[in-house]
Design a protein around this ligand. Structure first.
Ligand code: ATP
Ligand code: MG
Length: 498
């Protein structure tokens, strides 16, 4: 049984050392849908916790000369016009600590997994982003284990890479695969679910647990049925949890799933606070809402502990429209985007990455040398293939050069298809790219790739165990290694008996 939000916050406030204080009381003038207007409250701060008569808590968000607009964490019927209010002098804090991985908490730090949580430290939910001087350039890759991404849209530790696409195009799956691939890579993960169904999040937790990834992953959850205030706070709480680890020099990966729902929760709150609506009825500060969140992800300098926070925010589009308000905002804040297309997804290209519209603005600098050596022309190959493919739809007979281009292109598309929860190691990825370079699978029928790829990778691992170990450890491949790998690739017989 989860204790109520108000009881939890009350207990937390009672932990403060006793000191005599005088409270100046205000009164609720208006209350509707979890948003209240308070008059007569003199000293108040932005984001301050307010305690309402009857033990209900809210947060001050709108400060004006005459009144304070606040949002309630609980949908409390006891708050009505005339209810007394006083400020607590405290801003909302979340528990952070080394015991968070493996746990599921809500934005105010209540454990949701039925086990007690002993907080080690508290961080305010809103914290300033690291200054320029406290940052260093992104130089280490964050491997997702997804070939299409690691080869063409590489992500570096400390980067912010947006995952964007229509509903049901595999956005969450990419983020989860990235988390699953951090096993034994010394990266801690935080998965923040905003406005999602409880059943969906239960599925996510099950996937992570099955893959053994919950051990190093904390889940922050504010569901669709939670108050807009809780949904609004969720990503900031997740960022605070990540900052604790980064300050200790750890590398952290945070997933915000998803920021469209976050923006909708904030819009709901803002409209109820009677803030003027702007484009698509979002309030004027919607850009700042996401920029101050994503700016908290960074690669910290050695003086600041040398940790990093990589952010994978997710945004849902409608009918592939990436020029809508929230998508354009978040695209301009992040260092690149992975665009997923429902057309590709439905035609069986999974992950459904549209490489033409996807980009990583800093990751290339952080790519493993071994991967960099083989992935240079993939994007061009794919775009040439897509272009040539359109022309062949008219039924014309392609010339030999185009026929070859088409064959190689469709081989690449098939090689880039990947099952969910099945990340590749660097060695696997390099082996597949070498197989593509050496035209190993060009004659293979499309239907056979599914069985052929695992067989091929198994063969490569057995053929070059030393290179496997060394490459996965160092990320490098010498010319000699490349030669050995190429020989092994060419000795393989696709579809044949081993
Ligand atoms: P939503 O918009 O509902 O959040 P989403 O974009 O996050 O959806 P997912 O939930 O990740 O999409 O995936 C949708 C479905 O596609 C799931 O059933 C998932 O199992 C399946 N799927 C995603 N990626 C793959 C893949 N690479 N291989 C096979 N199935 C996949
Ligand atoms: Mg999803």
């Amino acid at each position: 049984m989860i204790e109520s939000i108000s009881a939890f916050l009350k207990k937390r406030l009672d932990e403060y050392a006793f000191r005599p204080v005088t409270y100046k009381k205000g009164t609720v003038a208006r209350s509707a849908d979890g948003v209240v207007t308070v008059t007569g409250l003199p000293e108040r701060r932005y984001g301050e916790l307010l305690e309402f008569e009857g033990g209900v808590f809210g947060m001050a968000l709108d400060l004006s000369e005459e009144s304070v607009g606040a949002v309630l964490f609980d949908t409390a019927e006891s708050v009505r016009a005339g209810t007394a209010v006083h400020g607590t002098g405290a801003v909302l804090e979340v528990p952070v600590g080394d015991n968070l991985p493996g746990r599921v908490i809500d934005p105010i730090g209540r454990p949701l997994d039925g086990k007690p949580l002993t907080p080690q430290e508290y961080y305010p939910v809103e914290r300033p982003a690291p200054a320029i001087i406290d940052r260093r350039p992104v130089d280490t890759p964050l491997e997702t284990g997804i070939l299409a991404i690691d080869s063409m849209i590489p992500i570096g530790r400390g980067q912010r890479e947006l995952i964007i696409g229509d509903r049901q195009t595999g956005k969450t799956t990419i983020a989860l695969d990235a988390i699953i691939n951090q096993k034994d890579k010394n990266v801690l993960c935080v998965y923040c679910a905003i406005g999602q169904k409880a059943s969906t999040v239960a599925g996510v937790i099950e996937t992570l647990t099955k893959a053994g990834a919950m051990k190093y992953t904390a889940v922050v959850y504010a569901g669709a049925s939670d108050s807009p205030a809780m949904q609004y706070l969720a990503p900031y709480a997740a960022a605070s949890a990540a900052e604790y680890f980064a300050a200790k020099g750890r590398d952290v990966l945070v997933v915000y799933d998803d920021l469209s729902k976050h923006a909708v929760a904030y819009r709901m709150m803002s409209l109820l606070l009677l803030r003027p609506p702007g484009r698509e009825a979002y309030p004027g500060d919607i850009f700042y809402l996401h920029s101050r969140l994503l700016e908290r992800s960074a690669c910290l300098s050695k003086e600041k502990g040398g940790g990093s926070i990589t952010a994978l925010p997710i945004v849902e589009t409608m009918a592939g429209n990436i020029s809508a308000y929230i998508p354009t905002n978040v695209i301009s804040i992040t260092d690149g985007q992975i665009f997923l297309e429902s057309g590709l997804f439905l035609s069986g290209v999974r992950p459904a990455v549209n490489t033409g519209l996807s980009v990583s603005r800093v990751g290339r600098a952080a790519q493993h040398p071994a991967m960099k050596a083989f992935s240079g022309t993939l994007r061009i190959d794919l775009s040439q293939y897509r272009e040539a493919e359109i022309f062949t739809r008219f039924g014309s007979d392609p010339d030999p050069a185009t026929a070859r281009l088409l064959k190689r292109g469709s081989t690449l598309v098939n090689l880039l298809k990947q099952n969910k929860s099945a990340p590749y190691s660097l060695f696997d990825e390099v082996s597949l790219l070498l197989a593509y370079r050496e035209n190993l699978f060009t004659e293979l029928p499309a239907g056979q790739f599914k069985t052929e790829i695992p067989r091929f990778l198994d063969y490569m691992r057995r053929a070059c165990p030393d290179i496997l170990r060394q490459m996965n450890r160092t990320g490098k491949a010498t010319d000699e290694d490349t030669n050995d790998l190429t020989t092994a690739v060419n000795a393989y017989e696709p579809g044949g008996a081993l």
